[in-house]
Design a protein around this ligand. Structure first.
Ligand code: HMG
Length: 465
């Protein structure tokens, strides 16, 4: 049985920090953010928003747009790493909010859990719910998979320039109008790592930034190698002598902690894929230098990062490689459109990969490209760490979904924060009732029961009319 994404909705908070204002305040060259990382704006949540209301707003949008009632939804999963409770799952808050609109008890039949594995958990949730559909368990109902997060780092840390927030809801069923997943090729790589993690009670993560960048690349490459073996074994593709797996993907969407990570990851994957093909000799000629090798090629990530001679040469090689016509062609045709939304919004952790997918659909369609039957590869990464590579094919009815996509209009008018306002929000100095915006037609957080209450930690939400 088929399974895939029928429709996709996005909810982005309307407050943002401008990258240049931010850089100036932190004594950084704005070009480091704008050109170096590919960040122009970071979405910031208001004081009356949390990841559960972002998720509920994305769900309400997709249900209203498709005129769905709660009986049409069989499962509602929320994948997040911005958990609100050690025990109570985020989908329960979301159902509570949706029932304010659809009626008390209207989602009683709807199973689901909160999923956690840093940024990759949304991809595991999609895979598990697709298998629920493939197994014939869905009884003609849809699954809703919501990815929702607030990417927040310590003030003054190097991660602070890669923040963001938002939610994406994906409607899954057995006759998807948008994208059908390729069966039996989903591949994963996993290793116990401490590149980025958030110990209990800490609001912001502990981050080893350069380590996390390299680990992401290695884990995604490992998953892609496994995906390629499965794609050949299942007959999804046959590889000719001078072909690589990426030649069989029309588009490649990657986890985007910041927009330029897509470029970095593409260069790494393409180098890996092309190295063993006959075309590599021509590429090396264009690059004008041999690919550098670390002093200890079997060393650890730490030893490779500490090998400064190798790192400098490798940086130079990557820069030259990224300027070759062959790489530029792959980048422009398969990746560039997926990076546009990330520049405008920032890191959404679990939702970043799917914001990239959404961005690619909108901006490729606007170019007049017919997306029917195009294969999308997805490279998902979550710190801690695991990668997942999978793929799907755009369906003939896709235009129905994509033709009205307009991210700027969907976000609506945004308010630029002063650095003072941003820092107040970051340090949780404003209460929900002191929100900077007047929310309309969306769920907001009213209050959280305080420490002295018997119901401490209970969260109350309302629908702002
Ligand atoms: P950094 O180390 O301060 O930055 O922070 P950098 O020195 O690497 O510079 C970044 C880029 O800007 C470089 O380009 C510089 O050359 C360039 P690249 O070498 O990459 O091509 N640059 C400039 N360009 C133009 N003009 C200038 C200039 N100066 C420098 N003046 C880092 C970067 C990403 C490490 C930091 O922001 C960080 O720690 N972020 C958080 C962690 C993160 O995002 N890691 C990404 C991989 S792990 C992941 O994706 C998982 C995650 O989403 C969490 C999860 O799974 O839940 C984070």
């Amino acid at each position: 049985m088929a399974a895939g994404i029928d429709d996709i909705s996005v909810y982005i908070p309307k407050l943002y920090v401008d990258a240049s204002d931010f850089a100036e305040a932190r004594g950084l060259d704005p070009q480091k953010l704008v050109r170096g990382l590919g960040i122009s704006k970071m979405a910031i949540v208001d004081s009356n928003q949390d990841p559960a209301c972002l998720a509920a707003n994305a769900c309400l949008q997709i249900m209203q747009k498709n005129k769905l009632s709660p009986e049409d939804i069989g499962r509602l999963y929320v994948a997040t790493e911005s958990s609100l409770d050690e025990s109570k799952a985020m989908n329960s808050y979301v159902i509570g909010m949706l029932e304010q609109v659809y009626g008390s008890g209207s989602f009683q039949h709807c199973g689901g859990i909160e999923c956690k594995f840093a940024c990759v958990s949304g991809s595991y949730a999609l895979y598990d719910n697709s298998n629920w559909i493939r197994a014939g368990e869905s009884e003609d109902k849809h699954a809703l998979v919501v990815v929702s997060d607030i990417a927040k780092y310590d003030l003054g840390s190097s991660g602070e320039m890669t923040q963001g927030g938002g939610a994406i809801a994906m409607l899954l069923n057995d006759k998807p109008r948008l994208l059908e997943f390729d069966p039996k090729v989903t591949s994963t790589s996993i290793k116990n790592e401490y590149d980025f993690y958030r110990p209990f009670g800490k609001e912001t993560p502990v981050v080893h930034g350069q380590y996390s960048n390299l680990l992401y690349l290695i884990q995604v490459k490992n998953a892609l190698v496994d995906y390629t073996k499965k794609a050949i074994k299942t007959g999804l593709i046959t590889l000719a002598d001078d072909e690589s797996m990426l030649d069989h993907m029309d588009y490649i969407n990657m986890h985007l902690p910041y927009s330029n990570m897509g470029k970095k990851a593409l260069a790494y994957l393409v180098r890996h894929e092309w190295r063993s093909t006959p075309r590599w000799a021509k590429i090396i000629e264009q690059v004008g230098m041999n690919e550098p090798v670390p002093k200890d090629p079997r060393g650890t990530i730490e030893s490779i990062l500490a090998d400064s001679e190798f790192m400098t040469k490798d940086h130079e090689f990557t820069k030259r490689f990224a300027n070759t016509n062959d790489y530029q062609e792959v980048y422009e045709n398969k990746v560039a459109s997926s990076l546009i939304a990330s520049k405008m919004i920032g890191n959404l952790y679990t939702a970043s990969l799917y914001l990239g997918f959404r961005s690619c659909l909108e901006f490729e369609f606007q170019k007049g490209i017919d997306l029917d039957s195009k294969r999308f590869g997805f490279a998902s990464y979550g710190s801690g760490s695991s990668a997942m590579v999978f793929s799907g094919v755009i369906q003939p009815e896709y235009e129905e979904i994509v033709k009205d996509m307009n991210l700027e209009a969907e976000i609506g008018e945004r308010k630029k924060l002063s650095l003072e306002e941003y820092e107040q929000l970051h340090e949780n100095k404003l209460k929900p009732e002191q929100s900077l915006l007047n929310a309309k037609k969306e769920f907001v957080l009213e209050y959280v029961e305080g420490l002295s209450s018997e119901s401490r930690g209970e969260r109350r939400y309302s629908f702002a009319d």
